[in-house]
Design a protein around this ligand. Structure first.
Ligand SMILES: Nc1ncnc2c1ncn2[C@@H]1O[C@H](COP(=O)(O)OP(=O)(O)O)[C@@H](O)[C@H]1O
Ligand SMILES: [Mg+2]
Length: 279
């Protein structure tokens, strides 16, 4: 794997996990812990005091009305907010116990470990093959052409796309359907062997059949990866996630087992949202 440097401000947990190595990380433990996260755009607060644990090998859904901060929070998890000029993040996010905001952390390596898939499929204007090979090439992951071929074919296979593109590997990816393009973007994310995949409304630009394929894929992928999905569809959250976090007006109101959130929410705002009274 690609360890990020241990921080000088390491907590007890990070010392244990970095000394013992990844294999010793408890299977059921969180892959990501967010502690006291505040985010500002300029002076304007977008998120206030968010605390959440992202479980390993599960799908965590982030739900809530438009503008409540779901995308902002997702971008905190691989420091994509660093790219937004006036955006400031306070608090700590630990990935396998290591603080990803520590100054010595290499952001490129971090984003290999925490990959991202966006709302609108965004394949590069290159061939199907070159889209998936792109990450392994720039990060020098493959040692030979045969090795690269294997990574590309495996990633497409895991993304449920190989059978559809086997004969089109060298055609432009922009000629694929929207649903195929989104699965290609997932294959591209997988190709650099991430631990966590962040998805921001990955189905909202897709038709119902293509969405269903991507939903099935998300469920399969959790065996190998930990997944965080932002969705504005409560039905989708209920179908694909094991854990749900409900955001409202920049606050994480409630989180827990998906089934419980949708059947017996504790907070009246969650109740109002899932019954369609707010949002
Ligand atoms: N780049 C930005 N610059 C300024 N404000 C932003 C930016 N991105 C998001 N915001 C603001 O932050 C809040 C949360 O937005 P966002 O995270 O996109 O919400 P969601 O994904 O839940 O719809 C909104 O008030 C939005 O207007
Ligand atoms: Mg959003």
């Amino acid at each position: 794997m690609h360890p990020i440097p241990v921080t000088t401000t390491a907590t007890a947990t990070s010392e244990i996990s970095s000394e013992q190595g990844e294999d010793c990380v408890e299977a059921g433990s969180s892959v990501i812990s967010a502690r006291n996260i505040d985010v500002f755009y300029g002076e304007k607060p977008a998120l206030t005091n968010v605390n959440v644990e992202i479980p390993r090998h599960q799908v965590t859904a982030m739900i809530g009305p438009s503008g409540c901060g779901k995308s902002t929070f997702l971008r905190c998890l691989n420091r994509m907010n660093d790219l937004i000029e006036n955006c400031r993040v306070k608090g700590n996010i630990f990935l396998d116990g290591e603080d990803i905001y520590a100054p010595e952390v290499d952001v490129v390596t971090l984003r290999m470990r925490v990959g991202m898939v966006f709302q609108k499929p965004n394949p590069f204007p290159k061939s199907v093959y070159d889209n998936v090979a792109y990450g392994p090439r720039i990060h020098g992951i493959a040692s030979s052409r045969a090795d690269l071929d294997e990574i590309v074919f495996n990633s497409l296979d895991r993304a449920g796309l190989l059978d559809e593109v086997r004969d089109r590997m060298h055609e432009s990816a922009t000629g694929l359907s929207g649903g195929q393009q989104q699965r290609l973007c997932i294959a591209r994310a997988i190709a650099i062997a991430p631990e966590v995949i962040l998805m921001d409304e990955p189905c909202s630009a897709l038709d119902p059949i293509a969405s269903a394929r991507v939903e099935d894929l998300i469920d399969e992928l959790r065996q190998k990866y930990s997944i965080v999905v932002v969705t504005h569809s409560m039905q989708q959250a209920a179908r694909i996630s094991q854990k749900t976090a409900f955001f409202h007006l920049g606050e994480l109101v409630e989180e827990g087992d998906t089934e419980r959130i949708f059947t017996t929410p504790k907070d009246s705002r969650t109740q109002a949202y899932i019954t369609g009274r707010i949002g």
